[in-house]
Design a binder for this molecule. Structure first.
Ligand code: OGA
Ligand code: FE
Length: 278
């Protein structure tokens, strides 16, 4: 995708929630906090940005340059309520696809999340489905990328960490086309390291780390309008190699001003994968 082509893409103007420059390291509680305890110390502010239709340039995208890719990739899974089909068939399909696409020697799917928006609800509320994430973030940091390999792969980790690996999310509508609460992704080349703020995610049993993102008018945003359930968005959230290629791709759900009234609430599934090379 080149800069001149970007200017002519159809676009919507929408609000994205960015982190205000924090005083100390922010944290988030990834569970419902006890009464009176705030969920986070982070402060967000909405900025209106242009989010462009990536479809006209989809075939030019690369995981190494922009850090995200939109692909047509129908799944044989019909029922994403069926955990067993997800863990067997859907994981296996995704592993094959990533191996073929990236030339990886090994792909490990370590997590999946189904999100079903419920108007008015916030994420991590007990008893309801996971909700879209309306804040600009990247799932892993320079620290938590390798940490995830250590936590998940134990004894093998030291050997695996000597070679290149990346963390790639695979995002798919499960009830397409998505018109409500779509996902915006940024071109990794438009994001500077100084825009990224490491933030602790505190779970009941462990602490993870993500990047929240400070506003920078240089960020270039994209989405796939009316994304179908035979399409996937690959989002690179970490790369162990720091040589100018894409390493972090901030992303966020957003309210699309062109969403028709009565559009069904968004339903999606995302897989998190470790991709090892060489
Ligand atoms: C992701 C993600 C948020 C959403 O897939 O990593 O942040 O709203 N998803 O789907
Ligand atoms: Fe994410």
């Amino acid at each position: 995708m080149n800069t001149a082509a970007i200017e002519h893409l159809p676009r919507v103007e929408a609000g994205l929630h960015y982190l205000e420059p924090p005083a100390g390291k922010p944290h988030w509680l990834e569970f419902e906090p006890p009464a009176g305890v705030p969920r986070t110390t982070a402060v967000y502010r909405e900025h209106t940005v242009a989010i462009r239709d990536v479809r006209p340039v989809a075939s030019t995208l690369s995981l190494e340059r922009e850090g995200f890719q939109l692909l047509t990739a129908p799944s044989s899974v019909r029922d994403f309520d069926d955990e067993e089909s997800i863990r067997t068939r859907y994981y296996a399909e995704t592993i094959s696809l990533l191996e073929e696409l990236t030339g990886a020697s090994r792909v490990v799917v370590f997590d999946h999340t189904i999100r079903r928006r419920m108007p008015g609800a916030t994420d991590r509320t007990t008893g309801i489905p996971r909700q879209p994430v309306p804040r600009v973030h990247n799932d892993y940091t320079v620290k938590s990328g390798p940490q995830r390999v250590r936590d998940l792969l134990g004894e093998e980790a030291d050997t695996l960490l000597q070679k290149r690996f990346s963390v790639i999310n695979v995002w798919r509508p499960i009830r397409g086309p998505v018109q409500d609460s779509p996902l915006a992704v940024s071109d990794a080349r438009s994001v500077r390291d100084q825009d990224l703020v490491a933030t602790d995610l505190i779970y009941p049993d462990r602490t993870g780390e993500v990047y929240y993102v400070k506003f920078n008018p240089e960020h270039k945003w994209f989405y796939a309008p009316a994304m179908r359930d035979d399409e996937i968005m690959l989002i690179k959230c970490y790369d162990s190699v720091d040589d100018g290629r894409a390493r972090f791709v901030p992303h966020s759900a957003f309210v699309d001003p062109t969403t028709p009234a009565g559009a069904p609430p968004r339903e999606s599934i995302e897989l998190r994968t470790l991709v090892f090379y060489g």
